[in-house]
Design a protein around this ligand. Sequence first.
Ligand SMILES: Nc1nc2c(c(=O)[nH]1)N[C@H]1C(S)=C(S)[C@@H](COP(=O)(O)OP(=O)(O)OC[C@H]3O[C@@H](n4cnc5c(=O)[nH]c(N)nc54)[C@H](O)[C@@H]3O)O[C@H]1N2
Ligand SMILES: Nc1nc2c(c(=O)[nH]1)N[C@H]1C(S)=C(S)[C@@H](COP(=O)(O)OP(=O)(O)OC[C@H]3O[C@@H](n4cnc5c(=O)[nH]c(N)nc54)[C@H](O)[C@@H]3O)O[C@H]1N2
Ligand code: SF4
Ligand SMILES: [Mo]
Length: 707
Amino acid sequence: MSVHLSYCRLCPASCGVRVQVEDNRIVGIVGDGLHPLSGGYTCPKGRRGGDFLHGAERLTTSMRRTPDGSYEPISVDVAITEIAERIEAITGQHGADALGLFMGTQQNFAALTGPMARAWFHTTGSQKLFSTMTIDQSAKWIVHSRMGQYLGGRQRFDTADVWLLAGTNPMVSLNGGDGDGAVTQNPYVTIRAARERGLKLIVVDPRLTETAAHADLHLRPKPGTDAALFAGMLHVILSEQRQDRQFCDRYAEGLEALSAAVGHATPERTEAITGVPSDQVVRAARMFAAARRGMATTGTGVCMGPHSNVAEHLVACLNVVCGRYLREGEVTPNSNVLARTMPLTAEVRPPYRTWESGFRSRIGGIGTMNGELPSGILADEILEPGPDRVRALVVSGGNPARALPDREKAERALRELELLVCIDTRMSDTARLADYVIAPTMVYERPDHTLLMEFFFARPFAQYTPPLVTPPEGVIEDWEFFFRLATVSGDTVKFAGRVLDPDAPPTSDEMLAMFAERGRIPMDELRAARRGVLAPADEKVVGPPTEHGVEHRLVLCPDDVAAEIAAALQEPSRGPELPMRLTVRRMRELMNSLGKEIGGLPRHGYNPAHVHPHDLRRLGIDHGDIVRIRSAHGRIRAVAHTDTTVGPGTVSMTHCWGASDTDADPRGVGSNVNDLTGYDRVQSINAMPTMTAVPVTIEREGTGGAH
Ligand SMILES: Nc1nc2c(c(=O)[nH]1)N[C@H]1C(S)=C(S)[C@@H](COP(=O)(O)OP(=O)(O)OC[C@H]3O[C@@H](n4cnc5c(=O)[nH]c(N)nc54)[C@H](O)[C@@H]3O)O[C@H]1N2
Ligand SMILES: Nc1nc2c(c(=O)[nH]1)N[C@H]1C(S)=C(S)[C@@H](COP(=O)(O)OP(=O)(O)OC[C@H]3O[C@@H](n4cnc5c(=O)[nH]c(N)nc54)[C@H](O)[C@@H]3O)O[C@H]1N2
Ligand code: SF4
Ligand SMILES: [Mo]
């Protein structure tokens, strides 16, 4: 048996691990206690990493669907040739936009996949690019595009004296924010150390989460009322003149408009809407504003709610109004290690509302963000007749059959396609609908480095890993699929600024080296460092604004935002029909739909509907009962679990479980909350559906009428 140092790539945390290998099989994975960032932390799914590779579900060869609906193994060369021919036939007849690409979560954890998938897609000339970001936290994109972006950098977690985490539970998700060193690794130790240092932690979450348990102040708003809560906090800060005047005068405009828009959000009114006691609203606002450094960051609990875009905008306003950004001349660690160092300048990139110009979908006139169309319109892009309908779709490292809202519609759309190609390591629910399934290598079978993750790390750090085991013969690397697809179609692909020669394709290691060639650690040094490199304390200095930059300001309250603030401050009507609220959460043992199939990994073997014992008692439901949960959109069967951490009136459940048959035994296959979500309430601009704070009712099966 041999032991190798590497890092896990099932989620962005990139925990350092020690991997035991015997006869080309991974037989054990433990945390690397000496790893500079993760310090030995791992989660249950990371420790079962070997089972993902060697389990019965693992695809070791590509598959083609036969006319009778079963699958036969096919060589990847034949598969790529046939796929290229079918794409050419479809786009030849209907145009480039008949082809779509859906980029899923697991695409992000191999450095080469995303860039190469995009490079291939670029050659096709299609506009129909989708990713999971737009059913996740694209509210963050909308904020930058409507407000503009400060280019001098943000205050960091490691030197902060306050931090506000809203709708995120990093103790489970390792996802505490959006970069700049917010909590993403070794969360218990990171948060404990920060609090010992004196950091005040404010958590905004209806549930008493594993993270909230460590908070100095835990605000528990009614689900879906975050925008009102942040408006209330801004009201306190602005009416008590606690804002950072210097920063606002220099870098922001529209402070009066913002003050007016949040003028109604008095602490009392905020309490009436959110349920958070008015004195806690005031306390949180003062605690946040009084601190010298720190930020407010969010997760899916804010970005999936019924007012997600404006809620996220108001969080950004809190950061701007309190001046939580680096000033000219300040020094900060350079997080670019393998990626090219980007200068920081004390100036604003003005708003860029890309959806107002350029390509627009025939579905609702929706435009693009960061070159993508929102996944909220993907099903309609396929189903709605029109000349540029999506007829062929490639799914890369994703499982839209489970992850998209309105599960039934998503599956109907995927079935309707003339060609569905899915690149997946197992026969996922989406793969089972595909014409071709391409089997790729998995984590520990490919060389990799952390270029795409470094922005999230707490310190400037990079790690390389060689492959630790030889992959099954029939698989190829994800990036290679896209490269070869382009080549077979006669297109040339550009990567890291150069055209790749199809006759002398580079190896993965050569690709990784090209990708990192503008970084500040030579590849040889990176390869030699077995548990990664803490980069030299090469600090960046925030430079002066450029000539144009001097003029630009962050736009705090454009007209559309003002209207959305007003709408969010309407008291929500809680109809007697659907009195409860379904909220999102993550499971430590799973990564979205990945991990369900690993025997003994998910704790219960299904996804419970967590409800507070008071609610269960009132509804006559016992722990373990099968319940029916109904929304305006649909219904599911689920297993009720009593959970004192859940807020009143809330059903807290995770996603990506369940079968196509909604009557299937929820103890066997779990329940898909996307049978309860739909498109009846979507955000303007990014078509983001409501996936948390969904109005529902719950009753014990067999009891008849709703409660
Ligand atoms: N109701 C509701 N719906 C949700 C959410 C919610 O909170 N509530 N969350 C949303 C969010 S935030 C997200 S990100 C999406 C997730 O949506 P997706 O990204 O579409 O779903 P995953 O289950 O992460 O799909 C990853 C797939 O990649 C495969 N895979 C694993 N390793 C590899 C690899 O190395 N290469 C390739 N090619 N494939 C691999 C896995 O087998 C799996 O099928 O779901 C969204 N849907
Ligand atoms: N173990 C594990 N880790 C994961 C994943 C996984 O599936 N499993 N998925 C990964 C992915 S794709 C993503 S996008 C990230 C997500 O990372 P996070 O956003 O941190 O996800 P959660 O841990 O579900 O935290 C969301 C929190 O929002 C709260 N919440 C629900 N509704 C509301 C609301 O209306 N308002 C407020 N303020 N809070 C609310 C929930 O109670 C929950 O605690 O996690 C990533 N990490
Ligand atoms: S948190 Fe778990 S899944 Fe994520 S990198 Fe660490 S061990 Fe892997
Ligand atoms: Mo996500």
